[in-house]
Each structure stands twice: as structure tokens, then as C-alpha cells.
Design a protein. Structure first.
Length: 319
């Protein structure tokens, strides 16, 4: 039996969504220590997988030309809330199935066949090495109005990767509900790209180069938080027509409330939400949690709050 585990991720946004620029997408995000995905796999003569993993396990068996496998989900991420559940569940399953037979999973090469890494490469890169990641995006000329069939793309290469200081913490506020996913997400992304303002991409690029990257490289948490929060706000301007505002309700109200919290240096929405993130540190973790719980009460919505460490390593395999 082989066990593979990895962490969630926060997606701060994309560098460019406009067809007027040479490269499209270019994800920016960070890998978290919690919550985690843990998958166990054992060689078998038939496919025996938990329902949440069955489709990916079957695809992995086909890709690796195996007789079968027994796969169990020991721990999983909440689905479709902006923490990367689709990619992390798929890659962890692939890796567990491959390692059960002592094969190299080659996750970057095989991720497209699982339907992963088509836009952002942050989830794949985080699975490989953890940390803060910026990917290079795709050539704009490859954009098509319909999503390409699975496997007919390559995961964008890593443009920059940095360890995150060990004393940094990420506040996660997960209100009830789910964000866009599946066909709904594809349709919304197409609509966003087709009308995206290229001027926003120019602002985002300058902010990434002169704000976000220097802050993480030098360990300046307050500047990092402010910069990724602004980066996310710029992304939200692209998405406003598709998600009901710069942030998906109720994320906007939570973000506005948390901006006044002294112990949180930056706040934003991860991916399509509804998860709201904040940047804090180990010393202020308890106060940040309290501020988030107060924000939920103020806005009048139910949700879960956690404060988690960064993860500066890739997926772990226990054999």
C-alpha cells in the first residue's frame, strides 16, 4: 500500500486575460499545509475506488496500462470552493496509483490527460514543489472558444518559485456555497477573456514584478499581503460581470470587513471563491481567526475559519 499526501492552494489570480497580449493566463498562487488530500492505493486485479476518485483512478489505470487498483480517499479538500480540489485530488490519485506499482507518475506530463493544468499551472507546480508559484501562461494564439479535448495542451512552465517564510500564515474563510466549476466555469472564462481590458493586465504585470515578487523574495509579509490583495482586486475587475461584482458574494462583504483588521495584511478571493484569504503571521494567528469569525457574524453568513501554514515542499509519498 502507498499513501500520497499534499496540500491545498490559494489562487491569487492571473497575469493576463486579454487577447490583446502575447501570453494568456499565467497563474499566481501559493501552496498550503492544510487542508490536505491523502490518498491510499494498493495493486489489484480490478478497479476498486471511492466514488470521489473513481473517474481519475480509471483514467490512471488506462494511462499506465495496469490491471486495476484499490484506491481510498483518506482526507480530501472541500470541493469547488477555490482551494484547488479538482487538481489536487486528481494528481494525488495519479501519483498513488503509479507509486503502488513502483512507476513514476510524471504528473506534469500526464496532468492534461486528467483534464488538469489547462489554464493555470499553479496546482501542478504546487504538487511538484510547493511554495509560492508564478507560471508562464500559454501563447494567446492557442486560445479557442471551446475548451480543447483532454490531453491536448501542456501545463504552463514555472516562471518563478519561492519558499514562503515559515512564520507566515494564511487565513482561510470558507462561507457556505460553491464557486464556478466545470462547464459553467469554462463558459464564464471564455466570456471574460473575449472582453477583458488589456490595461488591467498592464497594471497586474507591474504589480507582480515590483510588488508581489520582491515582497515574497525578501520576506516582507505586509507588502506581500497588500500586493496580492490588490492583484486579486484587479483580477476581479475582469470577472465582475460573471460573478456579480469584483468579488463573488458574499466574499466582497467579508473582504471589506476584514480590511479593517490590524492583524491581516492583505485579503482577497481565491479563484472563483467563495473562499476568502488573508495574510498574517504565526504571532497574530489567533487574533486573525477571531477577526474572521467576527466578519462572518457581521456579514450574517455561516462558514468555516482556519489559519494555516505555507507548504514549501511537493507531495509526500509513503510506501
Amino acid at each position: 500500500m502507498v499513501r500520497v499526501e499534499t496540500g491545498a492552494r490559494v489562487h491569487f489570480g492571473f497575469q493576463n486575460l486579454s487577447l490583446a497580449h502575447e501570453r494568456l493566463y499565467g497563474g499566481v498562487g501559493v501552496t498550503l499545509a492544510e487542508p490536505r488530500v491523502v490518498v491510499e492505493a494498493t495493486p489489484s486485479d480490478e478497479l476498486d475506488a471511492d466514488p470521489e476518485l473513481r473517474e481519475t483512478a480509471a483514467r490512471a489505470v488506462d494511462l499506465l496500462d495496469l490491471p486495476g487498483v484499490r484506491v481510498r480517499l483518506v482526507a480530501g479538500l472541500p470541493r469547488h470552493v477555490g482551494l484547488g480540489s479538482g487538481t489536487q485530488h486528481a494528481l494525488t490519485t495519479l501519483a498513488a496509483v503509479a507509486r503502488a506499482y513502483d512507476y513514476d507518475p510524471c504528473v506534469r506530463e500526464r496532468a492534461p490527460a486528467l483534464g488538469r493544468g489547462g489554464r493555470s499551472g499553479v496546482g501542478v507546480a504546487g504538487f511538484e514543489s510547493g511554495g509560492f508559484v508564478v507560471d508562464a501562461g500559454h501563447p494567446t494564439e492557442r486560445f479557442t472558444t471551446a475548451p480543447p479535448p483532454k490531453g491536448e495542451w501542456t501545463v504552463p512552465p514555472v516562471l518563478a518559485r519561492h519558499d514562503v517564510p515559515a512564520d507566515w500564515r494564511f487565513l482561510l474563510v470558507v462561507p457556505e456555497g460553491t464557486g464556478k466549476h466545470g462547464d459553467d466555469e469554462d463558459e464564464s472564462m471564455r466570456a471574460v477573456v473575449e472582453r477583458a481590458d488589456p490595461a488591467i493586465a498592464d497594471e497586474a504585470a507591474a504589480l507582480l514584478l515590483r510588488g508581489v515578487l520582491p515582497a515574497v523574495a525578501t520576506g516582507d509579509r505586509e507588502r506581500f499581503g497588500a500586493a496580492v490583495g490588490e492583484f486579486g482586486r484587479l483580477n476581479g475587475a475582469w470577472y465582475a460581470d460573471e460573478q456579480g461584482g469584483v468579488y463573488r458574494p458574499p466574499a466582497g462583504e467579508l473582504i471589506e470587513t476584514l480590511r479593517g483588521a490590524r492583524v491581516v495584511s492583505g485579503v482577497g478571493q481565491s479563484s472563483w471563491g467563495p473562499t476568502v484569504y488573508g495574510v498574517t503571521d504565526e504571532r497574530d494567528a489567533a487574533a486573525a481567526r477571531e477577526a474572521a469569525e467576527d466578519a462572518l457574524d457581521t456579514v450574517g453568513v455561516a462558514g468555516e475559519v482556519s489559519v494555516v501554514a505555507p507548504r514549501n515542499a511537493g507531495a509526500r509519498v509513503v510506501e
